[in-house]
Design a protein around this ligand. Structure first.
Ligand SMILES: [Zn+2]
Length: 261
C-alpha cells in the first residue's frame, strides 16, 4: 500500500484493505489474485483509503438477527462485515462530495433480508444505503446494478421501499443495452445519491460474453452524468462479480475512468 498516496489529480477514492486479498473460501469470488489484479490497475491512479468493519447495528439495518448469527457461524463474519464496512465508507465519501469505489469482497447483491447465496453474505450496498437513510443524510436513492446476474438480494431488501429504486442492466442486443440505461436514467428526477453494484462478469471474456471493456467506461459516464444532474454529483460503486483475472483489472479501471470526476 506504500504507493497509495499518489492521486495525480483524480478526484476519486478507492476503499480497500489488504485483508480482502485473503482467500477466505474456495468460491470464485474468493479466488487468489482477484483483488490484486484490480489493485495493480488502480494503485498509481487514485488515493486509497481503508474501511472499518460494519457494526452489528449496521448489518441489522438490512438483515435479520438469525441471518447475522448464521454468518457468524460460517467463519466468514469478519471478512463479510469488513466488506460491508467498505461499502459504508464509500457511501460516506460520496455523500461528502467525492466519488468512491469500494474494492471489496465477498460481494453482496445475492444477500437478502434473511437469505444468502452466490458467494454473498451481507448485502454491502444495501447496508450502506440504509445507513445513510437512517442517519437522515439521504431519502431518495437509486441503485444501478450492471453485474451479469440480477441482484435478487438487493431487490428483496428494497421491495417495499418506495424511495429506493433498483435497476438491473438487462442483457440486450449490443447497441441497445446502454441506450436503455440512458433512457431509464433520463426519466428519473430528484434523487439524493446513486449507488452502483459494479459486477464485471458480463464481459466478453468473462461468464457473460457480452459487454466490452469500453462499455464499462460508457456505463460509468452515464451514471456520472445522472449524478451530476439529479443528485449533486453524489455517487459510489461497490464491487460485485467479475472472475477473469486477465481482464478484470482493465474493466474496473475503464468503469472508474468514466465514473470519476
Ligand atoms: Zn454476477
Amino acid at each position: 500500500m506504500e504507493t497509495t498516496s499518489v492521486i495525480k489529480g483524480n478526484k476519486m477514492k478507492i476503499v480497500y484493505d489488504p485483508r480482502f486479498e485473503l482467500e477466505y473460501s474456495d468460491e470464485p469470488a474468493a479466488e487468489s489474485g482477484r483483488m490484486q489484479v484490480i489493485y495493480e490497475a488502480l494503485k498509481d491512479l487514485y488515493e486509497f483509503v481503508k474501511p472499518e468493519p460494519a457494526s452489528e447495528d449496521d448489518l441489522s439495518l438490512v438483515h435479520t438477527k438469525a441471518h447475522i448469527e448464521s454468518i457468524k457461524g460460517s467463519g466468514l463474519y469478519d471478512i463479510a462485515r469488513l466488506a460491508a464496512g467498505g461499502a459504508i465508507k464509500a457511501s460516506e465519501i460520496a455523500y461528502s462530495g467525492e466519488p468512491a469505489f469500494a474494492l471489496i469482497r465477498p460481494p453482496g447483491h445475492h444477500a437478502g433480508v434473511d437469505f444468502y447465496w452466490g458467494f454473498c453474505y451481507f448485502n454491502n450496498i444495501a447496508v450502506s444505503v440504509q445507513k445513510l437513510r437512517k442517519e437522515g443524510k439521504v431519502k431518495k436513492v437509486l441503485i444501478v446494478d450492471f453485474d451479469l446476474h440480477y441482484g435478487d438480494g438487493t431487490a428483496n431488501i428494497f421491495v417495499n421501499e418506495s424511495q429506493v429504486a433498483y435497476y438491473h442492466l438487462l442483457r440486450r442486443a449490443k447497441t441497445q443495452q446502454l441506450y436503455t440505461l440512458s433512457k431509464y436514467l433520463s426519466k428519473l428526477k430528484d434523487y439524493d445519491i446513486v449507488a452502483v453494484s459494479a459486477g464485471f462478469d458480463a464481459h466478453v471474456e468473462d461468464c457473460g460474453r457480452w459487454l466490452e471493456t469500453e462499455d464499462y467506461k460508457e456505463i460509468g459516464v452515464l451514471i456520472k452524468e445522472f449524478a451530476e444532474r439529479e443528485c449533486q454529483s453524489r455517487r459510489y460503486a461497490v464491487l460485485e462479480g467479475g472472475y477473469n483475472q486477465k481482464v478484470l483489472g482493465r474493466n474496473v479501471k475503464a468503469f472508474i475512468e468514466g465514473f470519476k470526476d
